[in-house]
Design a protein around this ligand. Sequence first.
Ligand code: ZN
Ligand code: ZN
Length: 410
Amino acid sequence: MINSTLFTGGRILDPHSATLVDGLSVLVEGDRIKAVGADVEAPADAREIALGGRTLMPGLIDCHVHVGAWSLDLWGNMVVPGSLAALRAASVMEEALGRGFTTLRDLGGADAGLARAVEDGLIDGPRLIVCGKGLTVTGGHSDLRTRSDNRPGLLSDRVGSMGLIVDGVDNVRAACRTMIKEGAKFIKVMANGGVSSPNDPIHSIQYSRDEIAAMVEEADNAGFYVAAHLYTDRAIERCVELGVRSLEHCNLITAETAQKAADRGCISIPTLVAYEALALEGEALGLGASEFAKIETVRQGGLASLEIMRDAGLKMAFGSDLLGELRKYHCMEFEILARVLTPAEIIRSATVVGAELCQMDGEIGIVAAGASADLLVIDGNPLDDITLLGGDGAHMDMIMARGRMHKRSI
Ligand code: ZN
Ligand code: ZN
């Protein structure tokens, strides 16, 4: 087995400065980047990969996925055997790696077992950062029960289940502690109405201030943070004030709140492709009129929100949030972002900003000594042409995750 790889003759993409640097070699040993420099000494048995002027860049980070949401039939995902749900999640993860995503942050569903399976080499997939289940109030965004369905919960012990219904400060604290005990690296809360849930309009505010403050305290005590599902400005402002760090979606944010969030060091995760995909395919997939109306509300706010957040200096991490069959639109997020953001801004969102949100600054999202060997070889310069990161990996001549070769055509 080859343990060392020396990359020569490439142009190394630095996301911070948004430049390509010539004349450097990169040595990978095991799962780490060992050295980056002009004169790198490689072991005699190292394999050399001559890049011939291609771009060598860090693997991409998607900060909002649900790898357990195999199908758009969210109840169907829950009731299948756990073994099947886990294998389905593995295939979703492998698919994402084939698009160049070497790290995924799961916002509800995946458990630490899936993350461990990647570390142990059982799944040829991206690194997975999990939160356990998304916390929802009774009748909130993850409560999928219809009005007359009074079954007690959401089969929340299943891999294919995305949420946990929990109400009250003490119960919320216990739920956070359980998630963290089971391997969560952050806490997810549904703090606002949603599209795919039956009983909560977009404008509904979910959880009391006390409950969210308790989550923030529990997460912070463990060295983690809270990520909140949010659309409306009122919901976002409230969560920013309560110390929530990760602001998911943010479609209807105002400039004032974006400024406040930026000042507090928050990171937002726009997921615009989720609404484009639902608008494109929702009818065929059986969505009803009320869901469609909700989709339009958040879809129309989406592009404006990018401009508002960029102008406020609010950091943005790349996210997709595609469920089930809609995952085929994953790379469309690059095109949507490109209507407002520059390639450099988009690349930063999918590398260094994502790394910060995963609390893995310097370890992922960067080509540097000591970082994880998550590397892509791109035929061209994505700083000039962001579509090179799309096309389901079509322009990627190599995808390496944690030193393991996933794809190589050079
Ligand atoms: Zn959400
Ligand atoms: Zn989501």
